[in-house]
Design a protein around this ligand. Structure first.
Ligand code: HPA
Length: 279
């Protein structure tokens, strides 16, 4: 499903409503993935807007996603936090799934920090680990579901945007330094974005490994594509929630993904706080 395409006017209707609910001017957007939403509890002076109160905003049906915007400060930086995201597999269009990024762009946000829960394909990754996303494989896009399909929105960017440096090198450096400072192991690798909602078969996973993927998930790639179209700088971090099941001998559940998320929040918070302090 890739219709409908949201218009600039619809995007600006969301921006207008946010303007009536907060006087804060966020500079950094933070998208919190499955099980990682607790990070939003650390935001100071929060103005909270449930997704259901925003026009055109898709609302999530998946538990583990609180579904609200939290606008406030973290390490003295004005941030807008998406506590929970809405996924393509819920049956919305790519344009709807990436509306939050468009809204961030119209709000004047310059940097987004995108997090997700992901399955480990790399054999050395274990649940609870973090991975800096240095690049991604856009499998959903290759299958014909790129969020930029449709009329190009010239206000944001070019028809054929460059994706050679999707993940910002300077931000990656800050994340590496932050991890080092706190003695946190931060793997670096390639995230592959699939549509879900079914988890992968062992054959899927062996194929993805051959293709060069280190971690697999059901989000992030469309958001990053739209972010880069509008020239936002992106930092991406995956929280490894489970070992992908390459041998077919273990199963993967959503509960497991949420449980591991809780374990990772303190580490993720340390890295994000430290990156924010250096900006
Ligand atoms: N596969 C796909 N998406 C995921 C996984 C996984 O194993 N874990 C968390 N999100």
């Amino acid at each position: 499903m890739n219709q409908p395409f949201l218009t600039l006017q619809e995007i600006d209707e969301v921006v207008a409503v946010i303007g009536t609910r907060t006087a804060q001017k966020p500079r950094i957007g933070l998208i919190l993935g499955s099980g990682l939403g607790d990070l939003a509890e650390s935001i100071q002076n929060p103005d909270i807007i449930p997704y259901a109160e925003l026009p055109h905003w898709p609302t999530s049906t998946v538990w583990g996603h609180a579904g609200r915007l939290v606008i406030g400060t973290l390490e003295n930086q004005p941030v807008l936090v998406m506590q929970g995201r809405i996924h393509f597999y819920e049956g919305i269009s790519m344009s709807q799934a990436t509306l939050p990024v468009r809204v961030m762009q119209r709000l004047g946000i310059e940097i987004i920090i995108v997090t997700n829960a992901a399955g480990a394909i790399h054999p050395d990754y274990a649940p609870g680990d973090l991975m800096l996303i240095t690049d991604h494989l856009n499998f959903v896009g290759m299958a014909g579901f790129n969020p930029l399909i449709g009329p190009n929105m010239n206000e944001f960017g070019l028809r054929f945007p460059d994706m050679s440096q999707a993940y910002d090198r300077a931000l990656n450096t800050l994340a590496r330094q932050a991890a080092k400072e706190h003695n946190i192991t931060l793997h670096e690798g390639i995230y592959v974005g699939l549509s879900g909602p079914s988890f992968e078969t062992p054959a899927d996973l062996r194929f993805l490994r051959l293709a060069g993927a280190d971690a697999v998930g059901m989000s992030t790639v469309p958001e990053v594509t739209v972010a880069r179209h509008g020239n936002l700088r992106v930092l991406g971090i995956s929280g490894i929630s489970n070992k992908a099941n390459l041998d077919g001998n273990t199963t993967t559940t959503h509960e497991e993904v949420l449980e591991a998320g809780k374990m990772m929040v303190p580490k993720l918070e340390k890295i994000i706080r430290s990156v924010l302090r250096s900006l």
